[in-house]
Design a binder for this molecule. Structure first.
Ligand code: HEM
Length: 609
């Protein structure tokens, strides 16, 4: 009873309360409705955007968000090992994917690791894919008009002159003798000191010093002396390194921002200006001195060769600024590439003792052959023909470069003038044809002629593949505006100005290219009947391919083989236990923490050869 009475009272009271509150509540709810609807709408739009963006992952490999595009995924990827992240996306996408950057940025690009695309990009359509204005403008302060950023005639002239020089007997003799001097008078004594002291040494740093001194001798004919006992800091080397790093930062900064910073002389741009002053001071001083001594000199370095060149009127062919650019570019090309490749090679050997044994066997075979001819020297210096015979070592270095290419990713830009916009007349009811430069897939034909699919009159025109001809049936005739896009052999369409990133690191880790054991370090894959056999430059892209194939490739192999054999014959190189090894994010494949090693003389308690 009590309960029902109180219940009745509660009900009446609550009815009253509701009645009293109703007008206000109704008004409040009515007032809230637009907000509720806005909220619902926002939730619905967010869900739609999220579903749409995640669906893009299935279609394009990565979720693409409004405004920021695929940037969030890239930022997540950058937190770990970026090269492995790119490799994962490329493998999932079958070798190529299109990265969509945030709106109004120039981060859109096509990333590929497909050898067919590489051949198309680097050889077949070489003229359509220059380095491009974006790259050139970004590196101009450091590299000027030098070979790395140059295109067209400016590139061709330098390439031709440098190529003649690189292949001359004089130059080969000069590079070989400079290397003997550096390895035997500087590298080996520095390593001997480390071994005697029982101290760990950063082998990557030592090798960087070796190649820096070596390439300065080749370019400028001057030895800066970085590789010396005590490993001193050399102002020119420091300035060069700082200038390179500051230039790389520009690639990660919006163009308008770094330009403004340069105008104001602040931040990274200030560092760049200061270090460039150091580089220029050194370079112009060498150029001035070289010009003074030209007549007396019998030098074979690049600076001397380019300084001696004359135009049709007998005047010097190149200005001092251009000579500076040429030398700085060659130093950049030759400095970090072979040294970091050697560092990865020594690390791989440490993890693969059977490979090290085979390298040593080969070296000992060559030494034994020399002894058999009665040639016994106190200090063993390998001769060029002996270095040439080190085929297994050649394979072991190539295998290291396959897995850890010194240039892990590279870049090209589709030239705007490549795209052809043409008017084509098609007669009514007839078949229309246009000649295209490459019509190897139906999707390509659709892409070169999108207007042909639905014409202004609503008639349908279907392009069909017929060799190098695009053929379509046009209902009412009239003029067609045909824009020919570039299309990669794998069907990826490239619109004007598209940047293309080709991922050499990822290419070395593709089962489709190298087979199931692609992640294994196995030099034997390069040997046929015990002889080294090279691979297509579009499959093994460490040295680039086509007309811009690395100019220093032969020299680099010679340098790496000579240095590696000279070290390995004398020392067992062991990576310090627990030393972390990981790639650094830079233009070249540095080891982030260097390579700390200890050395033991081979004849002192070596367990192997
Ligand atoms: C393991 C050693 C090396 C590797 C992996 C390597 C790799 C490469 C790559 C990938 C390129 C193309 C770069 C681009 O166009 O963006 C290149 C170009 C070039 N390399 Fe090398 N390089 C090595 C050593 C050297 C050395 C020692 C020199 C010279 C002393 C050198 C001179 C050049 C030059 C001049 C170019 C520009 C060619 C052109 O644009 O026509 N390289 N190299």
């Amino acid at each position: 009873m009590t309960m029902s009475g109180s219940g009745a009272m509660d009900t009446a009271a609550s009815r009253n309360a509701t009645a009293a509150a109703a007008p206000g509540a109704a008004g409040g709810l009515a007032g809230l409705m637009p907000e509720v609807q806005t909220l619902e709408l926002l939730v619905a739009v967010s869900i739609f955007v999220a579903i749409h963006s995640l669906r893009q992952r299935r279609a394009q490999g990565l979720p693409a968000w409004p405004l920021v595009g695929m940037l969030p995924s890239l930022l997540l990827g950058l937190r770990g090992d970026m090269y492995e992240w790119i490799t994962g996306v490329l493998r999932a996408r079958g070798g190529t994917f299109t990265f969509r950057g945030p709106w109004l940025t120039n981060l859109h690009c096509v990333v590929t690791a497909d050898p067919r695309n590489l051949e198309h990009l680097l050889k077949t359509r070489f003229g359509s894919f220059p380095k491009g204005p974006y790259f050139r403008d970004t590196v101009r302060d450091l590299l000027g008009d030098g070979i790395f950023g140059a295109d067209d005639e400016v590139w061709r002239r330098q390439r031709k002159a440098a190529s003649l020089e690189f292949h001359s007997a004089e130059f080969r003799a000069f590079t070989a003798s400079s290397l003997v001097e550096l390895v035997h008078r500087r590298l080996l004594p520095v390593l001997a000191d480390a071994e005697a002291a029982g101290a760990a040494v950063d082998l990557q740093d030592v090798l960087l010093r070796l190649t820096f001194d070596n390439v300065c001798m080749i370019a400028f004919g001057v030895d800066p002396g970085c590789l010396r006992p005590g490993l001193p800091e050399i102002p020119f080397a420091r300035a060069f390194e700082d200038a390179t790093e500051a230039t790389i930062v520009r690639f990660l900064t919006p163009t308008a921002v770094w330009r403004a910073m340069r105008a104001l002389g602040v931040g990274n741009e200030r560092v760049l200006q200061r270090s460039l002053a150091g580089v220029d001071e050194f370079a112009y001083d060498v150029i001035r001195r070289r010009k003074e001594e030209l007549d007396a000199g019998r030098r074979s370095d690049l600076l001397t060769v380019f300084t001696k060149m004359r135009d049709e009127d007998g005047r010097p062919a190149y200005s001092d600024k251009f000579l500076r650019d040429i030398c700085v570019n060659f130093i950049l090309a030759g400095r970090d590439t072979s040294s970091v490749a050697l560092a990865w090679f020594f690390w791989l050997l440490g993890n693969n003792p059977a490979v090290e044994d085979r390298v040593l066997e080969e070296i000992e075979g060559i030494v034994a052959a020399r002894k058999a001819q009665g040639e016994v020297e106190e200090e063993l210096v390998f001769q060029p023909e002996e270095v040439k015979r080190m085929e297994y070592l050649h394979a072991a270095l190539s295998e290291a470069l396959r897995l850890y290419p010194s240039v892990p990713v590279d870049h090209k830009e589709l030239a705007l003038e490549t795209l052809q916009r043409q008017k084509h007349k098609v007669a009514a009811g007839k078949l229309g044809t246009i000649q295209t430069r490459q019509a190897d897939s139906a999707s390509h034909l659709h892409n070169i002629c999108p207007e042909a699919a639905t014409t202004s009159s609503g008639n349908v025109a279907w392009p069909m593949a017929m060799g190098n001809w695009a053929l379509w049936r046009e209902g009412d005739g009239g003029e067609q505006n045909v824009v020919e896009d570039e299309v990669f052999p794998d069907g990826t369409v490239l619109r004007k100005g598209t940047k293309v990133i080709y991922a050499m690191y990822a290419m070395g880790r593709m089962e489709s290219i190298w087979g199931d054991d692609c992640r294994e370090y196995r030099p034997e894959r390069w040997l046929r009947d015990g002889r080294f056999t090279s691979e297509s430059a579009y499959k093994f892209t460490a040295f680039n391919g086509g007309p811009r194939l690395c100019l220093g490739k032969d020299f680099a192999y010679y340098q790496m083989k000579f240095a590696a054999a000279s070290i390995l014959r004398r020392y067992r190189v062991r990576v310090v236990e627990g030393h972390p090894v990981a790639p650094k994010m830079a233009l070249t494949m540095y080891m982030k923490h260097g390579l700390k090693v200890t050395l033991a003389k081979r004849d002192k308690g070596s367990s192997r050869l």
